[in-house]
Design a protein around this ligand. Structure first.
Ligand SMILES: Cc1cc2nc3c(=O)[nH]c(=O)nc-3n(C[C@H](O)[C@H](O)[C@H](O)COP(=O)(O)OP(=O)(O)OC[C@H]3O[C@@H](n4cnc5c(N)ncnc54)[C@H](O)[C@@H]3O)c2cc1C
Length: 324
């Protein structure tokens, strides 16, 4: 059957929102193929795997083995390879997350299938997957068609809206003990970032600061705005190189690729390497005192002025609007 297998992601025992996004899309595509969407989770103790049923998935496979508790390149590739060979889906979809970026190319190579990575849209045409993906640092968007019978793709977080298509429905959960094979390396420890906020790559709203922030302590005004609107704080490379922000906050070609619903760029000029990381944001707001700044050519809304006046004003107004 022409099924779609989604590689599910979870953190702290819970299925992540990115998986619900992907399952929603997968069930829409599976209907076009005349098949069904199924999800595979790797690891144990994940609490809400059956919940993917609400987003249209019919089955949730949970692959378990002591060597699968923490991400491992060799083990994940092997068990996914074995499962795909057993289930024979037509399409395998994953998230363009650190795990997806690591495992999917290996899996596709081992399965001898085509791979489209970091896609922003997916469709079915003439019975095959068509993947839309940004290329040349996001300057062009292309549609990729597959020659191979098996089609593998990864999608950027926030590309699809998670939508409950069958309220209360539960996917059939199938637990499987897997042979994880020989491991050449093991992940010994995972150190969690201190922030309680959503990771930049999955954040729905991002407030970013550039060189114009002038000092690390000035990022406090961005954090205050972020707290009010539920955003994660990002930065340009110039802000990171100047020591105002940490590298895990960097957005761009050599930082993180983000895809939020709203990106607020504060004192960022809009260099091509920065745009490469954020130009697929659904709505871009730029605050810059230079009306000629290149960021304004990409922004949906532009505010010309001093960010040190405008950001606190926005915080105040959002507070009034959102908190009454
Ligand atoms: C190989 C390579 C990889 C790179 N990777 C990345 C990357 O991943 N991410 C990235 O961001 N960059 C990257 N860069 C660097 C990139 O080219 C730019 O240098 C950088 O993005 C500039 O950061 P900025 O916009 O914060 O600083 P600037 O270009 O200096 O811009 C600062 C802006 O702030 C405005 N401003 C000043 N004061 C105020 C104020 N008070 N209020 C409002 N606006 C104000 C100015 O008008 C200006 O537009 C890379 C470069 C190279 C060569």
């Amino acid at each position: 059957m022409a099924n779609i297998l989604v590689i599910g992601e979870h953190a702290e025992g819970k299925v992540k929102k990115v998986t619900f996004e992907l399952v929603t899309k997968a069930s829409e595509l599976a209907a076009k193929l005349g098949g069904q969407a199924e999800v595979v989770f790797i690891g144990s103790g994940i609490s809400n795997t059956a919940e993917v049923g609400q987003y249209g998935a019919k089955k949730a496979y949970v692959l378990n083995n002591a060597n699968l508790e923490k991400y491992n390149t060799d083990a994940y590739t092997k068990v996914l390879f074995d499962l795909v060979n057993e289930l024979k889906p037509q399409v395998v979809l994953g998230t363009a997350s650190p795990v997806g970026k690591d495992v999917l190319p290996r899996l596709a190579a081992r399965l001898d299938s085509g791979l489209a990575s970091d896609c922003t849209n997916l469709d079915i045409q003439d019975g095959k997957l068509v993947a839309t993906r940004p290329v040349y640092s996001g300057k062009a968007i292309i549609d990729v068609k597959f020659e191979s019978a098996l089609q593998v793709a990864s999608a950027r977080p926030n590309s699809f809206v998670p939508s409950v298509v069958a309220a209360g429905a539960a996917a059939e959960v199938v637990n499987k003990d897997m042979d994880a094979g020989t491991l050449r390396a093991v992940l010994k420890e995972l150190v969690k970032a201190q922030s309680q906020k959503a990771d930049l790559t999955e954040a729905g709203i991002i407030v970013s600061g550039g060189r114009a922030m002038k000092a690390a302590e000035n990022f406090k005004i961005l954090a205050e705005l972020a707290d009010v609107i539920g955003a994660t704080v990002g930065a340009s490379r110039a802000a990171v190189d100047s020591g105002y922000a940490t590298h895990d906050m960097q957005v761009g070609q050599t930082g993180k690729v983000v895809n939020p619903n709203l990106y607020i760029a504060c004192g960022i000029s809009g260099a091509i390497q920065h745009l490469a990381g954020m130009r697929t944001s659904k709505v871009i707001v730029a605050i810059n005192k230079d009306p000629e700044a290149p960021i304004f050519t990409k922004a949906d809304y532009g505010i010309v002025g001093d960010l040190f006046q405008i950001v606190p004003l926005l915080t105040q107004e959002f507070k009034k609007a959102l908190q009454g």
